[in-house]
Design a protein around this ligand. Structure first.
Ligand SMILES: [Zn+2]
Ligand SMILES: [Zn+2]
Ligand SMILES: [Zn+2]
Length: 747
C-alpha cells in the first residue's frame, strides 16, 4: 500500500510556517483515504495542540521533514473543490512573504469568518420580492396617501421592467431606498410577496439600465487609454467633481461586455452609499458588496457570489482585495491616497500595493483614482511606471472654488474664529448658502488647564491629554479610551480656574449655535455619527438644501456630495506643517484640497477660506497658488533630499512593553543582529531604537527601529533572516513586537 500523501496546511496561528499532516492514518482502518483527491486551496479540519482548527492546504507532497509516525492525520477534508484558486492562494503567499506575516493569519484575513470556521462553501437563497396580481394591477395613484409605499412600489415595478426578471432582491431594493417598513406595508396589503432566490448574473439582459453620460474630451482621452486584456496601472488624477466615476463606469461597461468581472475598492463603504447607488442605477448586473459592517453570513454569501462568477461587480473596502474572482477584468481603487487602504495593526498590508501586484499577475488593467494622489503613486506616474490620466476640468457647469487665506497673526480670535471668517459665514447663510466648517479634532477642547498652577488633564495611561467633552460632560482619552467625570477644581492646587484650551468640534458647534441662532448647526464627527445610518441621515438633511452650518472632522472630506455648500472654512491649516510624521505635510495638503473640493459642486460657485498663522509658508503657498502637482513635486524633492519613501524603502520594527527596558533591548538586539546578517550592505541604514512619537500608550512603553534601503529585495532578505532569529530570542516572548513593511503611519 502506498504511503499517504502529506499536506502542508496553513493554520490560523501566529507562527510563520505551515504544518504537515497525513492525508489519512494508515494504521487506523476507520480513517479512509478520501474519495476525492485533495487539491491545494481546499480546507481541512485538523487537531492542533488540543484544539480543532480549520486550515488550508497550501502544498501536497510525498515527503516531510518529520518522520511519518510523528505526523497526525487530518480529521476531515472540507471541500470538494478548492476554496481558494491558485491565483488567490499565491497572492496570499506573496503577501505573507512580503509583509513577513504568518501565512495562516494572512489566509484568515482573506477568507470570511463563516468559511474559516468550516461552514460549507455553499450559496444561500436570498430574500427577494415579486408583485402579486393585485400589485400588478393597482394604480400607483391609489397609494398617494402613503408616499413611501408608492415610491417603493414604483421602484419595484421599474426594476422588474428594466431587468426583465420578475423578482428583485431585497438588498438591491433597500440599497437605494432603505425603507423596510414600506416593504412590510406593501406586503401586508398583499401588493407584493416575499420569495427567495439564489442571485445569479443573467448575461442575456442589456448591460445598461441608463444611458452613459457623454464624456468631455479629457474623460474621453482617459477612457481610451484604458485597454482591457493586459496589465497597465493608470493613475486617474482628477480634481474633485471632474467625473472620475463616469470614467470608471464606462470602463466597467466594456469589462462587462466581455463577460468579465470588475473589482472596485473604496475607502469606506458605510460613508458612500451614493457610489453604490450610482453603480446600481447604471448596470443590469448583480453586484456583491464586501465590507466590515456585514454579518458573517452576508460576507460569506458575497464572497462566494464573486468566487462563482455570479456577481459581476464587486465593491468593497480594504480586505475586498482578497475577493476570489472567477473572470477578472479590471481592478479599480478609488481615493487611492486614503490611508484606510493600509491596515495599521496585525497583518499590515496595503490594499493599493496588493492591487498593483494582483492586476499584474492577472494581466488586467488597474485604475487608481484620486484628486490628491499619494506621493508613492504620483512618483510612479512621474517615473513612467504608471500611465498618468489627468482630468483638470470640472464636469458640467461647476466652477472650481476660489481659495483664500486668512492671516491669523495679531488677529483677535473668538474661539479660534477670525472676524473675517464669521462675516463671510453670515454672508453665505443670508444668501441661502450652506457653510462647511472643518476642524480636525472632536470633543469640546483638546485639554483642560489650571490657570493658577499649570496642571494639565493628563491621561494616566498615555503620553496624551484628556479631551474635554460636554454633553455629556466628561474627560476622555482618544488613545486608550480612559474616561472620567469632568472636574471643576484643580486636583493639585484646588483652584477653580480651570480653562478649556484649544478648539474641538463641540466647542465650535456651541459657538456657531450662539452666533447664528436662526440656522441649524450640524456636527459630523465620530461621536455624532455612532448610530447606524446617522451619517446618511445627515447627508440627506444637508442635501435638502436649506441654509445651515456643518461642523466636522475629516469625515466630511470623504467622498460626500454637498452640492449646496458655497463656503468651506478650514479653521487651522498649521497642524500638518509641524507634524513629526514625515507624511504630515502630504496629508495636510490632501485633506485641505479634499475638504475644499466639497464647495461649489453644483451650479453655485464655491469659496474656500483657510485660516493660518503661516500664510507665507512655502508649502502652503505652493499648494494654493500652483496646485497639487507643484505641491507634490516640492514634497518629492524634500523626500529625495532626506532619502525617504517613495525614493527609498522602509520597514519599521516596533516593540512595546510595560517594562521599557525590555522593548528597548529587543530592538537593540535586532539592530545588532541585522548588522551581523548584512555587515557590508551600504544601502542599508538604521534609525533607532527610538521612542515612538507617543512613547507611552495604554500603559505600555513603545519604541521603534527604522530600516531604510534603496534595494527592496535585499531589505526583504535581511528581514526574513532577522525575523527568524528574533523569534528565537528569549526577549521576544516577553515583549510585544511587530514588523510594518512600507509603514504609512509612524505613530
Ligand atoms: Zn492648579
Ligand atoms: Zn472623546
Ligand atoms: Zn490614554
Amino acid at each position: 500500500m502506498a504511503a499517504p500523501e502529506i499536506y502542508a496546511v496553513a493554520l490560523p496561528t501566529p507562527l510563520r510556517r505551515s504544518f504537515d499532516y497525513l492525508a489519512y492514518d494508515p494504521q487506523d482502518l476507520l480513517s479512509q483515504k478520501p474519495d476525492i483527491p485533495a487539491q491545494v486551496g481546499m480546507r481541512v479540519r485538523v487537531s492542533f495542540r488540543h484544539q480543532v482548527l480549520v486550515g488550508v492546504i497550501i502544498e501536497i507532497k510525498d515527503h516531510s521533514d518529520f518522520e511519518p509516525h510523528q505526523l497526525k492525520a487530518v480529521d476531515k477534508l472540507l471541500d470538494a473543490e478548492p476554496l481558494l484558486d491558485k491565483e488567490l492562494l499565491s497572492l496570499c503567499q506573496w503577501a505573507a512573504n512580503y509583509y513577513h506575516h504568518p501565512i495562516g493569519e494572512v489566509l484568515a484575513a482573506a477568507i470570511p469568518v463563516a468559511l474559516r470556521q468550516g461552514e460549507p462553501a455553499a450559496l444561500q437563497q436570498e430574500k427577494a420580492w415579486q408583485l402579486t396580481e393585485q400589485g400588478q394591477d393597482t394604480e400607483l395613484e391609489s397609494l398617494k396617501r402613503a408616499p413611501k409605499q408608492q415610491q417603493m412600489l414604483a421602484q419595484l415595478r421599474q426594476e422588474i421592467a428594466t431587468t426583465g426578471s420578475p423578482r428583485v432582491l431585497n438588498k438591491d431594493l433597500l440599497l437605494t431606498n432603505p425603507n423596510r417598513s414600506a416593504l412590510k406595508a406593501l406586503s401586508d396589503k398583499k401588493l407584493i410577496e416575499a420569495t427567495s432566490i439564489v442571485p445569479d448574473a443573467d448575461r442575456t439582459l442589456p448591460i445598461l439600465k441608463e444611458a452613459a453620460q457623454t464624456l468631455n474630451p479629457e474623460q474621453q482621452a482617459a477612457f481610451e487609454q484604458i485597454e482591457l486584456g493586459h496589465y497597465a496601472c493608470h493613475l486617474l488624477y482628477g480634481t474633485t467633481g471632474s467625473g472620475k466615476t463616469e470614467v470608471y463606469l464606462q470602463a466597467i461597461d466594456r469589462v462587462l461586455e466581455q463577460g468579465k468581472q470588475a473589482l472596485v475598492l473604496i475607502p469606506e463603504i458605510g460613508l458612500t452609499p451614493q457610489t453604490l447607488g450610482r453603480f446600481q442605477r447604471r448596470f443590469n448586473r448583480p453586484m456583491a458588496v464586501l465590507h466590515s459592517a456585514l454579518n458573517d453570513s452576508e460576507r460569506k454569501q458575497a464572497w462566494l457570489l464573486a468566487s462563482q462568477g455570479r456577481a459581476d461587480i464587486i465593491i468593497g473596502t480594504r480586505s475586498a482585495i482578497f475577493t476570489p474572482l472567477k473572470q477578472s477584468g479590471i481592478i479599480i481603487l478609488d481615493e487611492e491616497h486614503d490611508t484606510s487602504f493600509k491596515q495599521q495593526d496585525g497583518f499590515r498590508y496595503s490594499a493599493r500595493d496588493l492591487a498593483t501586484l494582483r492586476s499584474q499577475r492577472l494581466n488586467i488593467p488597474l485604475i487608481l483614482g484620486s484628486a490628491t494622489p499619494s506621493l508613492e503613486s504620483y512618483y510612479n506616474a512621474r517615473q513612467g511606471r504608471y500611465k498618468l490620466l489627468p482630468l483638470t476640468q470640472r464636469a458640467g457647469n461647476a466652477k472650481p472654488p476660489a481659495i483664500e487665506l486668512i492671516d491669523l497673526k495679531r488677529q483677535s480670535l473668538k474661539e479660534g474664529l477670525s472676524q473675517a471668517l464669521i462675516e463671510a459665514m453670515e454672508q453665505h447663510l443670508l444668501a441661502s448658502g450652506q457653510v462647511l466648517v472643518f476642524i480636525n479634532r472632536r470633543g469640546f477642547a483638546p485639554t483642560l488647564l489650571c490657570h493658577d498652577c499649570g496642571w494639565l488633564s493628563q491621561c494616566p495611561n498615555c503620553d496624551a491629554r484628556l479631551t474635554v467633552h460636554q454633553n455629556p460632560s466628561h474627560l476622555h482619552c482618544h488613545h486608550c479610551d480612559y474616561q472620567r467625570p469632568l472636574i471643576h477644581q484643580c486636583p493639585t492646587c484646588n483652584s477653580r480656574e480651570l480653562h478649556c484650551v484649544g478648539q474641538g468640534t463641540e466647542r465650535t458647534e456651541t459657538l456657531l449655535q450662539n452666533r447664528f441662532p436662526d440656522f441649524p448647526v450640524i456636527r459630523v464627527d465620530r461621536d455624532s455619527t455612532r448610530r447606524k445610518n446617522a451619517m446618511q441621515n445627515i447627508v440627506d438633511e444637508v442635501n435638502r438644501g436649506e441654509p445651515c452650518l456643518l461642523v466636522g472632522t475629516q469625515m466630511l472630506a470623504k467622498g460626500h456630495h454637498f452640492p449646496n455648500v458655497t463656503l468651506v472654512a478650514i479653521i487651522d491649516a498649521d497642524g500638518g506643517l509641524f507634524s513629526t510624521d514625515f507624511r504630515g505635510a502630504e496629508r495636510m495638503g490632501q485633506l485641505m484640497l479634499q475638504v475644499a473640493g466639497r464647495a461649489g459642486r453644483a451650479e453655485k460657485p464655491g469659496k474656500v477660506l483657510i485660516q493660518s498663522h503661516l500664510c507665507d509658508h512655502p508649502l502652503l503657498q505652493t499648494l494654493l497658488r500652483q496646485g497639487y502637482s507643484a505641491f507634490a513635486d516640492f514634497l518629492l524633492q524634500e523626500r529625495q533630499l532626506s532619502q525617504l519613501p517613495p525614493m527609498r524603502h522602509m520597514a519599521l520594527l516596533r516593540a512595546e512593553s510595560t517594562r521599557p527596558e525590555n522593548a528597548l533591548e529587543l530592538l537593540q538586539q535586532a539592530r545588532t543582529l541585522a548588522q551581523q546578517i548584512s555587515p557590508s550592505d551600504n544601502e542599508l541604514q538604521y534609525l533607532g531604537p527610538l521612542p515612538a512619537p507617543m512613547e507611552k500608550r495604554n500603559d505600555r512603553f513603545r519604541y521603534q527601529l527604522q530600516l531604510h534601503s534603496g534595494h527592496r529585495g535585499r531589505l526583504h532578505q535581511l528581514l526574513q533572516v532577522l525575523i527568524a532569529q528574533l523569534e528565537q530570542h528569549p526577549l521576544s516572548r516577553r515583549t510585544r513586537w511587530s514588523i510594518d513593511v512600507d509603514p504609512q503611519d509612524m505613530s
